[in-house]
Design a protein around this ligand. Sequence first.
Ligand SMILES: Nc1ncnc2c1ncn2[C@@H]1O[C@H](COP(=O)(O)OP(=O)(O)OP(=O)(O)O)[C@@H](O)[C@H]1O
Length: 361
Amino acid sequence: MKKVSVECRNIRMSYGKTEVLKDINITIEPGEFFALLGPSGSGKSTLLRLIAGFNQHQSGQLLVDGQDISHVPPHKRNIGMVFQSYALWPHMTVWDNVAFGLVERRASREDIRQKVTQALETVGLLHLAKRRPNELSGGQQQRVALARTIVIEPQVLLLDEPLSNLDKNLRVQMRQELLSLQRRLGITTIFVTHDQEEAMTTADRMAVMDQGVVQQVGSPSTLYDFPVNRFVADFVGTMNMLPGQVTRREAGQLTLAVDGLGEVDLPTAVDTPEHNALVLSFRPHSVVIQPEGDQIDRRYLWLPGIVERSEFLGEFTRYEVRVGEQKVTADQSHFAGLSIFPPGVGVSVGLEPSQVRLLPQ
Ligand SMILES: Nc1ncnc2c1ncn2[C@@H]1O[C@H](COP(=O)(O)OP(=O)(O)OP(=O)(O)O)[C@@H](O)[C@H]1O
């Protein structure tokens, strides 16, 4: 099967007077497993339904394999969608549910037999073909919904929160199954999720959305390591964020007066924003803490602090440390014999300059 790209160009869509998709520009590469990630109400489902043809944009273009399909009706798009609710027909057997799309397309009896068998084999459910949906587990129903969609051999597969109805353990197992199925079929797949772990562990690339705007597109590690703004930094993982004002800027370096803390000298990078109001940000695990007064490693940037809370979580200890009027979360790997600083202890908090990001406020 030919792998196709999906491209959203300057797409805008409103419900009445409310604009819910604001100038969306995304290119999904042929064969990619692409996630739309964002909080509730950010416009993910609206965009997915628009690609399927159930929503119509007011301006912009939607291209599949380079062809503008903006005005092609849903049933002529060759796009398959799996709904969050699975939407299986309760009165039909698994076999009939999967065969439905082919029957509608007036496929021959032999074609239906072969394709349904193959689709059910692909999702490992051929042995349950005679059951009805209410005789299946959540994970099995989800696989029937997938089989019913892939049987019509769509060029693009859309999944709306495909795992949200499953319990935690099954969700972890099913996301691996989903990924290996997608890899086998090589079908360009777009899935919607509000679960960052789900997106990070499966997607080749993802778009983080907020309030109808794509905030950033990239691989999970790019978004984690190089978020472009506070929203992405906070939505993908946990981030310490200390806001401040630039008081001096030179080639390769600036001084930031951090609110409630004082001036800190920081290296700048090519992508350091020009703004004067910046946020000093860093991940909890990139911080080192040591007792105050201990010899310090000069490669780090040190801030004096006091431990306010320590939570021993086995693999690591999570500290809340007060630095000036700010709070910093620091995760320290744990090893047998390593002592845990109790609340009230004075510590030095070390930031490795290469792990610090300066973001616009
Ligand atoms: N049929 C509709 N009529 C009017 N407004 C709508 C309609 N459907 C969605 N909206 C609004 O559009 C915005 C985007 O909704 P959408 O369902 O796309 O968000 P989402 O990111 O998929 O959220 P969730 O994760 O909760 O499904 C929301 O503000 C929502 O209230």
